[in-house]
Design a protein around this ligand. Structure first.
Ligand code: ASP
Length: 330
């Protein structure tokens, strides 16, 4: 009897190790560089190539971490930092200008394993806001810090502090000047503002999910305006056993519809797949109201979804199976 119990325990142990080995080793990383009015007519071939190169660089930074058994938080942070450092995207260097002609940056990060989260909002001198968000998550008892308080905290944490002029980009300045001219003519504050944001979601080989989002917000936003990107549940959400989401689009509506969490909630409570849940939000809930945007999402098994209701969304993914892709248009 004793021998039989030992044999049974041994068999159970082997079965357990085999099943955990089967899920170990699989990783997925998905990134985005914002959704918007992006079409072949308004991007030159040369610019398109630059976008591809930068998206691939961000994917490979994150993949290096994941393929070595690193964690999903490190992977999403590494990928987002590369996109923040590139003037091609509306986050970090190259962020859009607010109505007063300044750059105010928002970012957030979430760990699906612990549900810990961190965010910074309205910062003007932190080179990589996503790392500020991570510091808030790991080294403070808070979830979100804003403005001067966030800047002081990031400085104390030893992050790179830059002069606000570091974020200047001529192309964004011209967009801002055009925006001012048009909104003065039409008397509206938010007339077709430029959008864009960057983000990453990942599943690591240990089954942990993470999400990260960083943005300059919307051209011509009021001084002090905070969008969805640093709001946990709206622009960013991750929960082990379900999925991880990073959003881009007209932030006010993404906050009102709690987009990132709604996708996860549909999976948890209605047993929907990540793609069904993400498509419903982007094409039905937001699309029917003509709210522009998109999301990237990955579930606990590495299935991905990247819906958007605009003409394009900068996006890419890589999986441990070797599948990979970078895309811009529909
Ligand atoms: N969601 C960002 C914001 O509203 C902008 C964007 O993703 O395009 O601040």
């Amino acid at each position: 009897m004793r021998n039989f119990s030992c044999l049974l325990a041994g068999l159970l142990l082997t079965a357990f190790s085999l099943s955990s080995m089967a899920s170990e080793g699989n990783y997925t990383l998905v990134i985005h560089g914002g959704a918007g009015n992006i079409s072949r007519e308004n991007i030159s071939e040369e610019r398109e190539k630059e976008y591809f190169e930068k998206l691939n660089e961000a994917l490979s930074a994150g993949e290096t971490i994941l393929s070595e058994g690193g964690n999903s938080l490190d992977a999403v942070e590494a990928a987002v930092r590369i996109l923040e450092d590139s003037p091609l995207f509306n986050a970090g260097k190259g962020a859009v200008f607010n109505y007063a002609g300044n750059n105010e940056l928002d970012a957030s990060i979430m760990c699906g394993n612990t549900l810990n989260a961190g965010a910074v909002a309205g910062v003007t001198n932190i080179r990589n806001p996503i790392s500020g968000a991570r510091k808030v998550m790991e080294n403070s008892p808070h979830v979100m810090l804003t403005g001067k308080g966030a800047e002081q905290f990031c400085y104390e944490q030893g992050l790179d502090v830059v002069d606000p002029s570091y974020f200047f980009d001529q192309r964004r300045w011209e967009q801002y000047r055009n925006y001012l001219r048009r909104s003065r003519q039409q008397g509206a504050l938010y007339d077709n503002p430029s959008l864009g944001t960057v983000g990453a979601v990942a599943l690591d080989t240990h089954g942990n999910l993470a999400a990260a989002t960083s943005t300059g917000g919307m051209t011509g936003k009021r001084f002090g305006r905070i969008g969805d990107s640093p709001v946990i549940g709206a622009g960013t959400y991750a929960r082990n056993g379900a999925g991880a989401v990073s959003a881009t689009g007209h932030g006010e509506f993404f906050i009102k519809h709690v987009v990132a969490y709604d996708i996860i909630a549909q999976m948890l409570y209605l047993d929907r797949s990540i793609d069904e849940a993400a498509m419903l939000l982007i094409h039905e809930v937001l699309g029917e109201m003509e709210v522009n945007g998109g999301v990237i999402a990955v579930d606990k098994d590495g299935n991905i979804s990247m819906p958007f209701n605009t003409t394009g969304m900068f996006r890419g993914y890589v999986k441990s199976t070797g599948e990979t892709g970078v895309m811009i248009f529909e």
